[in-house]
Design a protein around this ligand. Structure first.
Ligand SMILES: [Zn+2]
Length: 107
């Protein structure tokens, strides 16, 4: 089914990533020391689907900042997930990066 998906600008994608690594990720159930020490959050981050992440066994659910919108090859791509499930709620507080497969699985 084709969905009426918003086309995100590079600036929006950057803002979504930065807000995730600066704010939202710290409120999730990740180990803070591990986030601090094991991840370069500016360029990579674990998927917010956490233990349910379909790629959790694969590099701890890594997403790469540079691989957005699901257009690119590889396991580290991400798309924009609406946290509350409402695709019309594009407030930054409702958005974060997530693997496309996890996004589909969640909804
Ligand atoms: Zn995931």
């Amino acid at each position: 089914m084709s969905e009426n998906r918003k086309k995100w600008s590079k600036t929006e994608l950057k803002n979504i990533w930065v807000d995730y690594i600066e704010n939202k990720i710290w409120k999730l159930n990740f180990n803070e020391d591990e986030l601090d020490n094991s991840w370069n959050l500016n360029s990579e981050a674990p998927c917010p689907y956490q233990n349910k992440c379909l790629q959790k066994q694969n590099d701890a659910g890594k997403m790469l900042r540079c691989q957005y919108q699901g257009n690119q090859n590889g396991d580290y791509k991400w798309s924009v997930d609406h946290i509350d499930g409402n695709p019309k709620n594009n407030n930054i507080n409702n958005l974060w990066p997530m693997h496309p497969d996890c996004n589909k699985h969640k909804n």
